[in-house]
Design a protein around this ligand. Structure first.
Ligand SMILES: Nc1ncnc2c1ncn2[C@@H]1O[C@H](COP(=O)(O)OP(=O)(O)O)[C@@H](O)[C@H]1O
Ligand SMILES: [Mg+2]
Length: 314
């Protein structure tokens, strides 16, 4: 690839700011190593004028979570014809909303984690009745999570009815819409998908939390989880899951790259889609770069592929 002038936008104001700063630093370093001119920028009121006056060939988005992964910055860049990496406005806006994502996937017969959606207003009006309704719809244990956060922020596993109010309050602290899902005991899988018109799944990654029991924090602590590539599941199931990931990517109108999170129940051979990440973690040891490396695509080369795919469809 010929040397480009690239702005790496990272940081922002989501709960995932710290992870984004790490992604941004490593993306910037790897792109510089490949001969590109790179400037790192945070999201500030000066961002747009800096991007316009900087004359960049492309903006590499290393943001995660709201105000970055949700279509807002993509919309701003589209307005001013500034090329950027990754999914467009629509896919970004849909996928930041887990409930909306699941509705679209389910309408295309893709398996999603079963559950229900609660608004803060309805819960505040009548907490007891709403709690009762939740428990009638979803059997314990359940996972309670905010609709639009990432990195397991605000998520609680509820095994006992008495824990439900605290779990809901914790999730409502992050979003006025909350998902209550059946807790699926199974293997955590995630599937990166890359491409525009003919997207392809990378190998499935199996994530083993350090703590043998579910400990969400452990996933993000240094050395907190182990990745196994390819996932140790039957080959026939792996193929089906990769096909599902590609179909999910397409019906959600994704472009360039994303990463589809699954839980897989090995007893029944059933996969469930949890969500789709349109700007997944991009440090060298993040999940998607790990899967690419397994395919022989080094980090810097992966970033250039993302840039080429992004320039191709804009
Ligand atoms: N229905 C569920 N059953 C079991 N575990 C779940 C369920 N929903 C979420 N989790 C756990 O919480 C983690 C984060 O959930 P996810 O929906 O992927 O949101 P995010 O990654 O955006 O925080 C998952 O990787 C998984 O460990
Ligand atoms: Mg996830």
């Amino acid at each position: 690839m010929k040397p480009l002038k690239i702005a790496v936008v990272r940081g922002g104001r989501s709960a995932e700011r710290d992870i984004s700063l790490k992604s941004g630093a490593q993306v910037a370093r790897a792109l510089r190593e490949r001969g590109h001119t790179v400037q790192e920028m945070d999201v500030s009121p000066a961002l747009l004028s800096d991007l316009i006056s900087g004359g960049f060939d492309i903006v590499f988005l290393a943001l995660h979570g709201r105000y970055g992964e949700d279509g807002t910055i993509q919309g701003m860049l589209e307005l001013f014809d500034i090329p950027y990496t990754g999914c467009g406005v629509l896919a970004s806006a849909i996928c930041i909303d887990k409930a909306m994502t699941k509705r679209i996937l389910a309408s295309h017969d893709l398996p999603v984690s079963p559950g229900t959606v609660i608004t803060q207003r309805s819960y505040a009006e009548n907490p007891e009745a709403v709690s009762k309704e939740i428990l009638a719809q979803v059997a314990l244990p359940v996972i309670v999570k905010p609709n639009r956060e990432g990195s397991t922020v605000g998520i609680t596993l509820v095994e006992d009815e008495a824990q439900l109010p605290t779990a809901l309050q914790e999730a409502f602290a992050h979003d006025e819409i909350v998902l209550v899902e059946r807790y699926i005991r199974g293997i955590e899988l995630t599937v990166p998908v890359l491409g525009n018109d003919q997207p392809e799944a990378l190998p499935i990654i199996e994530i083993i939390p350090k703590n043998r029991y579910y400990d969400f924090e452990s996933k993000y602590a240094p050395g907190g989880s182990e990745h196994i590539i390819p996932a140790r599941i039957p080959e026939a199931d792996a193929r089906i899951i990769q096909e599902m990931a590609v179909k999910a990517y397409q019906v959600l109108r994704c472009q360039v790259y994303s990463r589809v999170d699954f839980i897989y129940d090995p007893l029944t051979h059933s996969p469930y889609i949890l969500e789709n990440n349109t700007l997944p973690g991009m440090t060298e040891t993040s999940l998607l770069p790990d899967a690419a490396r397994y395919m022989g695509i080094e980090f810097g080369e992966l970033l250039e592929r993302i840039i080429s795919l992004s320039l191709e469809h804009r």
